[in-house]
Design a protein around this ligand. Structure first.
Ligand SMILES: CC(C)(COP(=O)(O)OP(=O)(O)OC[C@H]1O[C@@H](n2cnc3c(N)ncnc32)[C@H](O)[C@@H]1OP(=O)(O)O)[C@@H](O)C(=O)NCCC(=O)NCCS
Length: 159
């Protein structure tokens, strides 16, 4: 449960990612399709990997504040790419650091990720909005909504 406690703490702290759930639910996420980064055995980075069939999405990407600015985000993106069986990987962000990390790892901006992908990304955005409303996470909702037009879709096609 140590990882789930860490993940809940990070999700509570960071407003640009999904809201935290209870420990059991976070443990379920950790047991699912995710990539993690560790330092001396302790978790310091986490990302969800959504399976869209031929495409995967990197989402809910977090590096522990104590381990930022050291290239750990790039390491986690590369780990996520490796662990995805899909050839095409997407990531939506308006965070300039995250955008830089994605570009460093070979991602490029795309305006059209494909019909199915566009549909699934939209559905997941709507689900996240409702999840924030139901949890009364209005500060988080505001922070994510205010820069909505700045979100860009990054795409990587594995060689
Ligand atoms: C975004 C996040 C993952 C970055 O982690 P990090 O450990 O600082 O990232 P790294 O050190 O690996 O790389 C950051 C890169 O951004 C660059 N950078 C730093 N500040 C920047 C800025 N204001 N604008 C553009 N690039 C910037 C760095 O120079 C570095 O690039 P370089 O390796 O070419 O020098 C981390 O800040 C985080 O977890 N944030 C909270 C959660 C979040 O917002 N996640 C993204 C949601 S989509």
């Amino acid at each position: 449960m140590e990882d789930a406690v860490w993940l809940r703490e990070m999700l509570s702290l960071e407003m640009e990612v999904r809201p935290p759930r209870n420990l059991k639910a976070e443990q379920k996420f950790l047991d699912g399709n995710v990539a993690t980064l560790r330092h001396d055995g302790r978790i310091i980075g986490y990302t969800d990997l959504r399976d869209y069939g031929k495409t995967a999405e990197i989402t809910t990407f977090i590096i522990d504040p104590k381990y930022r600015g050291m290239g750990n985000a790039s390491k986690l993106v590369l780990k996520a790419i490796e662990s995805c069986p899909q050839q095409i990987i997407l990531c939506c962000t308006k965070n300039p650091k995250m955008a830089k990390v994605l570009e460093n790892c070979g991602f490029e901006i795309t305006h059209w990720p494909g019909l199915k992908e566009y549909f699934l990304l939209t559905i997941n955005t709507i689900k996240r909005i409702f999840s924030m409303i139901f949890r009364f996470e209005f500060k988080r909702l505001w922070i994510q909504a205010k820069g909505f037009m700045k979100y860009k879709i990054y795409k990587l096609e594995k060689q």
